[in-house]
Design a protein around this ligand. Structure first.
Ligand SMILES: *[C@@H]1O[C@H](CO)[C@@H](O)[C@H](O)[C@H]1NC(C)=O
Ligand SMILES: *[C@@H]1O[C@H](CO)[C@@H](O)[C@H](O)[C@H]1NC(C)=O
Ligand SMILES: *[C@@H]1O[C@H](CO)[C@@H](O)[C@H](O)[C@H]1NC(C)=O
Ligand SMILES: *[C@@H]1O[C@H](CO)[C@@H](O)[C@H](O)[C@H]1NC(C)=O
Ligand SMILES: *[C@@H]1O[C@H](CO)[C@@H](O)[C@H](O)[C@H]1NC(C)=O
Ligand SMILES: *[C@@H]1O[C@H](CO)[C@@H](O)[C@H](O)[C@H]1NC(C)=O
Length: 786
């Protein structure tokens, strides 16, 4: 049946074609159709382009590539109204909301054509012409073009258009234009203010918003503000502010108010109309922070004038502001800080802030040199570190860390108590917080005071604890921070006390966890704790200077906690090797003044030189009740040895001779030369046992050792060398054997100027004391190995 009908309809019209269906499958074809002489095809082509362009920028680009704009621009002046309209609609779509510059540029080419068509009576034309303008007017060049072609008066007229879309598009164009000074003034001069105020009554929120934002821009101009006042602008704004249904408009309305408050005339007006009370109400309204911060900004504005500050003081605004300093929202806090600093120019206000208390930071801020805003900002950031929101804390820490790069700013950050504030975040379980906090810490802790502050605030323990983290970045940053904090001995010592070395040692055992940074942290820490360094690495370089308190606890191979000298001395006497320590000081203790006469070199005196426990047992010793602290045992012999070395070794002219003489002296002190074959007969083991028993302690001062072998002699040698400013290493080999290496210049300058090359020597302290064995020779190797 269908077929039949079709055949029937085909037969009567033989002269013309039946209308062809335009199927916009191929955009190129459709663009070609824009040049068709047939009006209904033109309309359909325009509509097809409209639909196609509506689908997105990509389609617009392809249409531009096909040259669709040019015929469209011609078509908007076509005789046929329907064609004009559809062409304009297509153009409107094509020019609206384009994100690509390319599209924007081409649209601008079409722009002038479009503009001159806006005066046509057809509302649809207006709608789309203004739509084009709205999107084009974002561009500076286009704005100038609109301005120069006297577009602004037309646009202001169009604000009264009955069509809300035309209103909205025109307003949007005006808003874009008033971003520039020229147009801002023109709007006022062209009588645009009443129209803008009228639009505040629009039933369309989008229009109300745009009108407010435009007003916000134009009221930066003083003349405009005068007009605004004359046109009862304030009353209209207050109506909005008093209407809870318009709460979405409150922020923008307040911003306009803030602008107007710059003039004291305006402020008087607002104040008289009860506006100040209204503002204070907005400040107290606790739930919408953005409105709050905006209202506080208004107060800050008001507070710029001395006269106004008095008025604000009378309203007791200070109290509210101080309360706002402790709210969590940053923008409110920042605004409040600014208001406080402005208000503080008024003496009574400043006193009031002081009396209200809790803001010493603010007062401190007021006294130093940085700009108000920066100071306020830093203050806020530091305060935020105390917050509960992980994201905020992380961001604050990151920002502070970044800013700390500049010295002055770093000081200011520290002044605000940043170190203390970082302690809690260091205990966080949030990875981002930890990453950012440790990074910030590494940046801030670059001077001794800052590090001391961190220590006082109890930040070192949580920092060290982060070494347990298996999160790569957290661990990395913690190591960085520890590396920085290890620069001072007190902080380094405390970190060791919290087990940093052991943890880093553990990390170093894991191929996955160790990194250059963890090694760096380890090295820095160990450099502050040579005892541990020697225990763990078995190597002290010539720049590692042994000092009092150094102890050789032997090799620590597995990851175990390295006990302190105090802990070691409190252990009951055992069968293991003694711990040997260095103490060159000769303090006359209050307990035993009589024993330390100048001639005193009697080792029999060691018995009274025991540690605290022993002394306490001794009834005859007047133990003061406060004297509970552990004290390192004195070494009656070592100071004498040091004295002798200074007198006899230092004067020698040759370095080689100095080392040799010192070697002989060390050997003498520890039982003299022992032939290698007779070593097993040398009674050093017995001697040390006796010493331990006599001292009732596993720790033994090195000066008291009268029979010592490799490791005792090497340690004494290192210790004496360091005392007189020579240099040598201390190296531990297998089976606790140890030796010293010195660098000497080869003594033969005749051979081709080679004399400047230093050679390494191992110092023989045992078999032929004073021999310097060239490193890697069989003699040296024999000395180093069993
Ligand atoms: C105009 O006001 C808007 C807010 O509505 C603001 O973002 C913009 O910076 C202002 N422009 C100028 C030039 O003041
Ligand atoms: C308000 O006045 C201050 C100086 O008194 C000025 O810096 C600021 O730009 C003014 N703001 C407006 C919106 O006029
Ligand atoms: C703010 O509080 C008022 C009552 O105090 C309430 O009516 C309003 O819904 C609250 N607004 C928000 C955003 O919580
Ligand atoms: C800090 O933390 C935030 C997440 O809160 C993250 O986006 C940012 O990248 C971090 N900054 C740095 C420097 O790591
Ligand atoms: C050295 O490290 C050990 C082990 O961590 C620690 O107990 C001791 O207090 C540290 N001593 C010094 C002087 O740093
Ligand atoms: C760390 O581990 C490497 C490889 O096991 C080792 O060579 C190095 O001596 C270790 N460093 C320390 C300080 O223990």
């Amino acid at each position: 049946m269908g077929k039949k009908v079709r055949k029937e309809s085909e037969t009567p019209c033989k002269e013309t074609f039946e209308p062809l269906p335009v199927e916009g499958k191929n955009p190129a074809t459709v663009v070609l159709l824009l040049s068709s002489p047939e009006e209904d095809i033109l309309v359909k082509a325009c509509e097809a382009i409209h639909t196609f362009a509506e689908k997105g920028d990509e389609n617009k680009v392809s249409l531009l590539g096909l040259g669709a704009l040019e015929p469209l621009c011609q078509l908007i002046s076509h005789d046929n109204k329907l064609v004009r309209r559809s062409a304009l609609m297509a153009l409107g779509i094509m020019t609206a909301n384009s994100e690509s510059d390319n599209i924007g540029n081409q649209c601008r080419l079409a722009f002038s054509v479009i503009w001159w068509r806006t005066m046509q009576p057809n509302v649809v034309v207006h709608e789309f012409a203004t739509l084009c303008l709205a999107s084009l007017s974002v561009d500076f060049v286009c704005k100038v073009q609109i301005f120069d072609s006297k577009g602004l008066p037309t646009l202001i007229q169009l604000l009264c258009s009955p069509d809300p879309d035309v209103k909205k598009n025109s307003l949007e164009t005006i808003f874009n234009m008033v971003q520039d000074y020229q147009s801002r003034q023109a709007v006022h001069e062209l009588g645009g203010i009443p129209q803008l105020l009228e639009l505040l009554n629009s039933e369309f929120p989008v229009i109300q918003h745009l009108a407010l934002r435009t007003l916000q821009n134009v009221t930066t101009d003083k003349d405009t503000r005068n007009t605004f006042r004359e046109e009862q602008g304030f009353e209209k704004l207050m109506d909005i502010l008093s209407n809870a249904d318009f709460s979405d408009l409150h922020i923008e309305a307040l911003q306009v108010v803030a602008n107007c408050l710059n003039d004291s005339e305006s402020f008087q007006l607002i104040h008289q109309g009860g506006g100040l009370t209204r503002l204070t109400e907005f400040i107290i309204t606790p739930n919408i922070t953005e409105i709050q911060s905006c209202a506080v900004k208004c107060i800050a504005r008001v507070a710029q004038s001395a006269e106004n500050r008095k008025l604000l003081h009378e309203q007791n605004v200070e109290k509210v502001l101080v309360e706002l300093l402790s709210v969590s929202d940053v923008s409110v806090k920042t605004a409040s800080c600014q208001a406080v600093s402005k208000m503080s120019f008024h003496l009574a206000c400043k006193d009031c802030f002081r009396d209200l208390g809790g803001i010493p930071e603010i007062v401190q801020l007021l006294n130093n040199e940085m700009t108000d805003n920066l100071r306020t900002f830093l203050f806020i950031l530091v305060q935020q570190l105390y917050g509960n929101c992980a994201g905020t804390v992380a961001n604050s820490a990151a920002t502070l860390g970044n800013m700390a790069g500049q010295g002055v700013i770093r000081c200011s950050i520290l002044l605000h108590g940043a170190m203390q504030a970082l302690v809690e975040p260091l205990k966080s379980t949030n990875v981002q917080v930890l990453v950012n906090t440790t990074q910030c810490l590494a940046m801030l802790a670059c001077d001794t005071e800052a590090r001391a502050e961190l220590q006082t605030a109890g930040g070192l323990q949580p920092l060290v604890n982060l070494l347990r983290s298996y999160h790569k970045e957290v661990l990395h940053n913690a190591c960085l921070a520890i590396n920085v904090c290890a620069s001072d001995e007190p902080t380094a010592v405390e970190m060791c006390r919290f087990g940093a070395v052991e943890l880093l040692h553990e990390i170093n055992q894991s191929v996955k966890r160790r990194s250059s940074v963890s090694k760096l942290a380890m090295t820095s820490l160990l450099n502050s704790n040579l005892s541990v360094k020697y225990s763990l690495t078995g190597h002290l370089s010539s720049t590692d200077i042994i000092r009092d308190g150094f102890y050789d606890a032997g090799k620590v191979s597995v990851c175990q906690r390295i006990l302190t000298l105090e802990e070691l001395s409190e252990q009951p006497v055992n069968q293991q090797r003694p711990i040997i320590f260095v103490n060159t000081s000769r303090k006359i203790t209050t307990y035993f003044p009589a024993y330390f006469s100048d001639t005193d070199s009697d080792f029999g005196l060691i018995t009274p030189l025991l540690d605290r426990k022993k002394k306490q047992k001794d009834e005859t010793q007047p133990e003061s009740p406060t004297e509970k602290q552990w004290k390192m045992m004195d070494d009656v012999s070592l100071p004498l040895l040091v004295k002798e070395v200074k007198e006899s070794i230092l004067p020698l002219s040759e370095e080689r001779e100095q080392y040799a003489a010192l070697a002989r002296l060390v050997s003498e002190a520890m039982g003299g030369a022992v032939e290698m074959e007779k070593l097993h007969e040398f009674p050093w083991v017995l001697h040390l046992s006796e010493l331990k028993f006599q001292l009732q302690s596993n720790v033994v001062p090195i000066g008291l050792i009268r029979r010592g072998i490799y490791r005792h002699r090497a340690l004494l040698f290192k210790c004496l060398v360091d005392c007189i400013g020579l240099s040598c290493t201390l190296v531990r080999g297998e089976y606790n054997r140890a030796w010293n290496e010195v660098l000497l210049f080869t003594g033969n300058p005749s051979s081709n100027g080679r004399s400047s090359l230093p050679c390494r020597y191992i110092v023989d302290l045992l078999h032929q004391p004073g021999s310097l064995l060239k490193a890697n020779t069989p003699a040296a190797v024999q000395y180093q190995t069993i």
